[in-house]
Design a protein around this ligand. Structure first.
Ligand SMILES: Cc1cc2nc3c(=O)[nH]c(=O)nc-3n(C[C@H](O)[C@H](O)[C@H](O)COP(=O)(O)O)c2cc1C
Length: 367
């Protein structure tokens, strides 16, 4: 536990999950998740971009390190993907114009071929891949399962039957309705400000609409949130907590490549933009020369999912493997403004809770 005060308010979902603070930490790093849990938040580990062969080891590691503390696992389940496909078969369908454009960028930026195998150089998002991820996650001891971009009724039903709490990230009232109709137990209203795949409505406008639709189902707020005052603010609107993603990339536990960390520290909210160039679906990222090249006039429109990743996945892997200062980018929200230096998750949690307390005291002083 860190030395912070308690959160000034503790919504019922905190008791239900056995957590101290209404802070939900999404991350692809097991180290971040363990640190979020130790600091009293609820960690959710993303497994959507991990190699299938690694997933059993990752699940065993997080289970051992959590030692009974509650945590969740997140999967991305877009529905418009092939049933099954190899990367080679998808690459064979890529339009020649796009292949030539990326070839030109590779030469222009001197992109080195990646050497380490990664999700982005070996995998295609397909229903078969999702089926394997689902089986692994259902068999894990995670307390919660979250899904984004798409929903699978069979997963919701089976997760609930195993006593796992089900969360769904929603970017519109229509998505919220769909999740509620499938019996999802916690909605995460993720606004346009968020890092990663996102809809078109900002968090502050989306949240009240999702809360109204959800009735008695708890709602969390996500997107652009990185201060305690914001967390208190969304709870004032009726959210039972906030779900943060970008902020943790500023923590040592995230092992952020140094050039990316520098970019995140130097970037403000206006340096993020929504692009289809990363995955084929609208995704908020922090800008780099690679993203700008896709935004420039004359660039072809990005392909859809999973084609765009088959086209560019090795470049994404390369810029991360070699920490390419010019090209490196990552999903990042408007919340990037709060990454000012490298720190630790414990410090970030302390700052968030202290800021929540200060905001509460300010409100109380106004009578
Ligand atoms: C680097 C990064 C990767 C992400 N990957 C996923 C993912 O795999 N699944 C998912 O549900 N959300 C993903 N998200 C979105 C987060 O779950 C969360 O909704 C978002 O980060 C909240 O907004 P914020 O970035 O402003 O905190 C990702 C976000 C970031 C920054």
């Amino acid at each position: 536990m860190n030395g912070s005060l308690d959160s000034p308010v503790r919504p019922p979902l905190c008791d239900r999950l056995g957590i101290r603070h209404p802070i939900f930490g999404f991350s692809h790093s097991v180290d971040v998740c363990v640190a979020v849990a130790h600091a009293g938040g609820f960690p959710v580990l993303g497994l959507a971009r991990e190699l299938p062969a690694e997933i059993p080891h990752i699940l065993a590691e997080i289970s051992a390190r959590m030692a009974g503390m509650p945590y969740g696992i997140d999967l991305m389940l877009p529905s418009q993907v092939p049933d099954a496909a190899s990367l080679e078969s998808v690459r064979a369908q890529l339009p020649a114009q796009h292949v030539a454009f990326v070839e030109g960028l590779r030469e222009r930026f001197g992109v080195k071929p990646p050497e380490q195998p990664s999700f982005f150089t070996t995998q295609v998002r397909t229903k078969a891949l999702f089926d394997d991820q689902i089986e692994a996650v259902l068999a894990s001891d995670a307390h919660a399962i979250a899904t984004a971009i798409g929903l699978r009724a069979d997963l919701i039903e089976r997760a609930k039957a195993r006593g796992k709490l089900t969360f769904s990230l929603v970017g519109s009232v229509r998505h919220a309705r769909k999740a509620l109709d499938m019996g999802v137990e916690v909605l995460v209203a993720q606004g346009y400000d968020a890092g990663g795949h996102t809809g078109t409505v900002g968090t502050l406008s989306l949240l009240p609409q999702v809360i109204a639709e959800a009735g008695t189902v708890p709602v969390l707020a996500a997107g652009g949130i990185a201060t305690g005052a914001q967390i208190l603010g969304v709870m004032g609107m009726g959210a039972q907590g906030a779900w943060l993603g970008t902020l943790w990339m500023g923590a040592k536990e995230n092992h952020t490549p140094p050039a990316l960390l520098r970019r995140l520290i130097e970037s403000g909210s206006e340096d993020t933009l929504i692009t289809r160039a990363h995955s084929g679906k609208p995704c908020r990222v922090v800008r780099s020369a690679w993203i700008d090249a896709w935004d420039a006039s004359g660039a072809p429109a990005p392909l859809g999912m999973p084609l765009q990743q088959a086209l560019t996945g090795d470049v994404f892997a390369s810029m991360h493997e070699y920490d390419n200062a010019e090209l490196i980018y990552e999903a990042a929200g408007q919340s990037v403004f709060a990454i000012e230096r490298e720190t630790t998750v414990a410090d970030q949690m302390r700052v968030l809770v202290d800021d929540m307390q200060a905001a509460w005291a300010r409100l109380c002083s106004w009578g």
